[in-house]
Design a protein around this ligand. Structure first.
Ligand SMILES: O=C(O)C(=O)[C@H](O)CO
Ligand SMILES: [Mg+2]
Length: 262
């Protein structure tokens, strides 16, 4: 069974205003899309855009806090627990109203010398969120993000994410395996992913190092995806890349990827 590809419309189809990207993705053949932060729009407006396009929204990000002040997530940031819970409640409200099954819970930026204390905050916040997600039948995603792009981000390696997911041991908490980040942070994708395939809730793809279409770069995407399927992964794959040119002109790579858009 081929894996299903979903378009991340926060990176793709950006030639159009956000609300028109649902229709643009559908016109390009996608049946599913994901996005980062839809919160500038009322739920009703998003529901109308999704319905008109006839696509499924499969993932969104939790609000990150004060991005202008350098926040990139709240889950591991001590002293911001109340803000985390408010932000998480907003993400749950949007996800449930939009029929979106997955929420990316961003950890946040934490100084290296604070990591020891931050893990307790991170686990406590994720436990709170997981209890809600289990009731609401949502999946929470934790994503290791590479240190070149995000030097202070709290969760940087697949192995760290595996340890967190194992500690939480919640059916609602899974790893978002963004192959772009994982390749930068150690590579060896086939073996490392097979070793934790049961903990993977979502996969994202982009070319490395350019983070453009995955038909260029150091990763043999078809080989890695085939190995993921062989290891038992049957979830979605998110195209989260910055197109080299017009989005629609760069979709040719999908035909030989083994992925389906339906
Ligand atoms: O940074 C990434 O790779 C993500 O997937 C986050 O959700 C957004 O930055
Ligand atoms: Mg990603």
């Amino acid at each position: 069974m081929p894996l299903r590809l979903t378009a991340n419309i926060s990176f793709m189809f950006t030639e159009q205003p956000f609300l028109e990207r649902f229709g643009a993705a559908a016109k390009a053949g996608f049946g599913a899309v994901e996005c980062h932060w839809p919160y500038e729009f009322p739920v009703e407006t998003l529901q109308a855009a999704i319905s008109a396009a006839g696509v499924k929204l499969t993932g969104l990000n939790m609000p990150v806090g004060d991005k202008a002040a350098g926040d990139f997530g709240l889950a591991a940031v001590a002293g911001r627990e109340a803000e985390f819970r408010t932000a998480f409640d907003l993400a749950v409200r949007y996800a449930t109203a939009l029929g979106c099954p997955m929420i990316h819970v961003l950890a946040g930026n934490v100084a290296d010398d604070q990591h020891g204390g931050a893990i307790g905050t991170y686990i406590a916040n994720l436990r709170h969120a997981a209890a809600i997600a289990e009731k609401q039948k949502l999946t929470l995603l934790i994503e290791p993000i590479n240190r070149r792009d995000a030097p202070n981000y709290f969760l940087s390696t697949l192995e760290e994410a595996v340890a967190v997911a194992a500690t939480l041991s919640s059916p609602a908490v899974k790893i978002m395996a963004d192959l772009y980040h994982l390749q930068i942070m150690g590579g060896d994708l086939v073996t490392r992913l097979a070793d934790c395939v049961d903990l993977i809730g979502h996969v994202q793809v982009a070319g490395v190092p350019a983070r453009a279409e995955p038909d260029q770069g150091e990763v043999n995407l078809r080989f890695v995806l085939d190995a993921l399927v062989a290891a038992g992964y049957a979830g979605l794959v998110g195209a989260e890349y910055r197109p080299r040119g017009r989005t629609e002109d760069g979709l040719g790579w999908i035909a030989t990827s083994g992925l389906t858009l339906g």
